[in-house]
Design a protein around this ligand. Sequence first.
Ligand SMILES: [Zn+2]
Length: 215
Amino acid sequence: MSLESTLREELCLHAKSLFDRGFTVGSSGNISVRLPDGFLVTPTNSCFGRLDPGRLSKVGPDWAHLSGDKPTKEIPLHRAMLAARPSAGAVVHLHSTYATAVSMLDDVDPANALPAMTPYLIMRVGPLAVIPYARPGASTIEESIESAGASHKAILLANHGPVVADGTLEAAVFAAEELEESARLFLLTRGLPIRLLSSAQVQELVSTFVSPSPR
Ligand SMILES: [Zn+2]
């Protein structure tokens, strides 16, 4: 099977798995995957629960539509994130409940919205940026994402949802899942006298597990 066919199958399996476990509902959420000759993107108004590998949108290196169904309206955020992170192989965007709830909080650090709660948050997600609200599909969002994406693999679009990039499709999906569960833990423990990882413990995780060039 060609690389592209394998990625088409993988994208649909991951999307169905996310849908089946409630990480996305209805036709929300979209995924993009980098190919040698362009990108695969989930179609507009498609449901993660029943994507067809043969009907995924394919766009060229300039993001012009080449084949398959019409791509998601949220292309600008994928284009910006993949441009900001040249080594990223895929971007996952969800409207998952807990991460979106955190995206509405007014009192979080926009450069690192979640505290150092668990090792896997540090290892899989890293610092979580929050960027100002913009209408879905608005091209103005690209500038904010390109700027935050250079230093963050995970971004929350305020009052909208998470955007997560990683080297491979599987890593990006796993990071999006880790982010959602971390946001849930954060909200569950808000106001409780919890113990966080110390900065020395965070440093140890970063130097042991996180690639020196995260982009
Ligand atoms: Zn969205």
